[in-house]
Design a protein around this ligand. Structure first.
Ligand SMILES: *Cc1c(COP(=O)(O)O)cnc(C)c1O
Length: 455
């Protein structure tokens, strides 16, 4: 067998031509979105004031396994894809492990993360529908940046509501978005009714994703020619992100590598859902016996400590209800929580897979995550995003277990992005000022008490 190279690249022609919809192969389908008023499943026409037509079709389709990638999106992908699958030889050596570690690196574009994969698709369908622009929220800023790039490329307006704490901590992210033509507002803001309400109820709040979503939806539904787009959680986003998993599958196949453990960080679940899609299909069909692990922050532990229930997707309770592992829609992570991965709920697809026992979940504290990030940066060269470093931490833990058992397992993880805009967090870590905060059971019970009652 030929030695496996440091980077397994696919050629342009080997890049997948269609996204894969894992829902088509799930035995238990994810629960449908419900109308928050009637508690009946949302119909396409009820979603159309909020979302683009084509994206609604993708959202509601649990049966079609493949969706062709439109040529314009495919051409855009070619600017930064296929992304490499890297064999982490240096990390293996540093850990002195017999395990083989691979990571799929999605940080090689200006937005610095995998989010561009869905941003360009969503902007394309909005443009195709003849819309003037889109609104969205952004937390750590990667999604807003990705969407700004996609809208700048296609000539669409882009209004971004950015969680206030990030807006203040990451002024340079904001400037990247503005350079691509986006209009960026810190959330909660005085510019929407829901923002004013939240500010009146919680003066001095540093904001949350749930709250920024409410503002962005309000603006989209009250401005002609606008729709709202979301960078994670939704079925359509997982669909677009399947490009990550399909490329990983193709790269592994080139060298007959069968993964034993697949690991990804989980915020709303889009990168993990995308990375695991073809592997989970094989697992469901009994063709692959791999462990699949979601890693979440101990400060925002929706899978490991949340409840599987219908909940609001946003703080303002204007969006449809989704059945998911959730901490309650008014859960706000402690202000010392550094990176993204701060959403209160988890993708319905991943929630169902987790509930079915097809996926594991672990939570990790941020000081351990940054220690792993530092080690990784020093041996593998890439300065990782804090979100991605959750996966690094658990991949390293799994590799260390292999050192004890002597097993040469194939460990694959998603390296979702770079950390160049997370230097305030790195600074806190380097200065020894980073702390961990794990919410108490009482705190979680308080936000979970606000779950809607569905009969
Ligand atoms: C947004 C983001 C995540 C988490 O979002 P998911 O939807 O859970 O994938 C992870 N890593 C990076 C770099 C991100 O930007």
């Amino acid at each position: 067998m030929e030695k496996i190279p440091y980077k397994i690249y696919l050629t342009e022609n080997e890049m997948p031509r269609a996204w894969y919809n894992l829902r088509a192969d799930m035995k238990n389908k994810p629960a449908p979105l419900l109308n928050p008023g009637t508690h009946q499943p949302m119909k396409a026409e009820e979603l159309s004031p909020v979302f683009c037509e084509e994206l609604i079709k993708q959202e509601l389709d649990n049966d079609t396994p493949y969706f062709e990638i439109p040529q314009e999106v495919y051409d855009f992908y070619k600017m930064y894809r296929p992304s490499p699958l890297v064999r982490a030889y240096c990390l293996e050596q540093a850990l002195d492990t017999p395990a083989h570690i691979y990571y799929k690196f999605e940080g090689n574009n200006t937005s610095g993360s995998h989010k561009l994969n869905s941003a360009i698709a969503q902007a394309y369908y909005a443009k195709k529908q003849g819309l003037k622009g889109v609104t969205t929220e952004t937390g750590a800023g990667q999604w807003g940046t990705a969407l700004s790039m996609a809208c700048g490329y296609l000539g669409l307006d882009c209004k971004v509501y950015m969680v206030k704490v990030s807006y203040e901590q990451k002024p340079f992210r904001r400037e990247v978005m503005r350079t691509y033509g986006a209009d960026v507002t810190p959330s909660p803001s005085e510019s929407t009714a829901i923002g004013r309400k939240i500010l009146a109820e919680h003066p001095g709040t540093t904001g949350s994703l749930g709250c920024a979503i409410s503002e962005a939806v309000e603006v989209a539904t009250s401005t002609p020619g606008y729709r709202y787009v979301l960078g994670s959680v939704l079925n359509q986003v997982l669909l677009h992100q399947s490009i990550i998993g399909l490329e990983t599958e193709a790269a592994l196949k080139k060298y007959d590598i069968v993964p034993d453990v697949i690991i990804g960080c989980a915020g709303g679940g889009s990168n993990l859902g995308g990375l695991i899609a073809p592997f989970m299909r094989d697992k469901i069909q009994g063709k692959l016996d791999a462990r699949i692990i979601a890693v979440e922050p101990a400060s925002c532990p929706s899978l490991t400590r949340g409840k599987y229930a219908y909940d609001f997707c946003d703080t303002g309770m204007v969006c449809p209800l989704a059945k998911m592992y959730t901490l309650g829609s008014n859960f706000i992570p402690a202000p010392n929580h550094a990176g993204g991965l701060r959403y209160h709920g988890m993708s319905s697809v991943l929630s169902q897979l987790y509930d079915d026992g097809l996926m594991e979940a672990v939570s990790v504290v941020q000081t351990d995550v940054f220690a792993a990030a530092e080690k990784f940066a020093r041996v593998e060269g890439i300065l990782p995003a804090p979100e991605s470093s959750h996966a690094i931490k658990v991949a390293m833990d799994e590799a260390l277990k292999c050192r004890e058992t002597g097993e040469a397992k194939n460990i694959v993880f998603g390296l979702t992005g770079t950390g160049y805009f997370d230097l305030v967090a790195y600074q806190r870590y380097n200065d020894g000022e980073m702390t961990d905060y794990i919410p108490t059971d009482e705190e979680l019970a308080k936000s979970l008490a606000t779950l809607p009652v569905i009969d």
